[in-house]
Design a binder for this molecule. Sequence first.
Ligand code: GLP
Length: 244
Amino acid sequence: MRERQPEIVECDGKDFDETAARLIWARIASIPSPLVTFPTGSTPLGLYRRLVQEHGTKKNIWHNIRCVSLDEYIGLPPGDERLFARWLGRELLDPAGVPQTNRTMFNSLAADTAKEAARIEQWIAQNGSLDIAVLGLGENGHIAFNEPGSSFDSVTRAVRLSPETRSANAKYWGSLEKVPEEAYTLGLKTLSAARQIFLLVSGAHKAAALDSTLNGPVTPAVPATVLRVHPRVTVIADRAALGR
Ligand code: GLP
């Protein structure tokens, strides 16, 4: 495991969304039929708005993007607006015009969660592994729903959410008790196979997690430190997240 320092792109305010959109679009547009995974959460909202505003008319590209779920809550019915698949559809895939047939998403209601996770893992493997993984960072150092303690060899699977993650997401659910306890996530090994990774980090509340990610020991205790042994990671972060 050779450690490397990820590329860090510092940018603030509107510049954050503009820079993320420019870098991520350049990569998407350079690959004929890219296999991409995108995060939910509040950090990428401005990025998605910009991608749609600036590149929404480039249908030849959007029609060829293949998108796979990054993570998903377990146990929600198909129409539930809190499903990450619906969330991503609303914010990016629908307005950009990514065809439904190009979206491979977790089935939140699958009866056998191990089988469902294996279905997604196999689908990615059969489709040649991820070209681009766009990720956010949890305040506890998670990426996707790979919680602290996740092995760097982990593949796509069902997980129990940590109390910190459930309370960070409670704002979307009205109260902590309503936040699901289980979720699917692409594994750290699955994500590490991506050819290019972008990590988006914004806000002072992420500063401690980003500092551990960039400067702390490389350890499953901080799952995002797996990015330090990947050859092509770009961290797009604002000054507050960088603690400056
Ligand atoms: C959630 C998601 C992650 C996301 C992270 C950060 O727990 N599972 O994929 O990246 O939180 O979200 P936010 O951008 O809202 O801080």
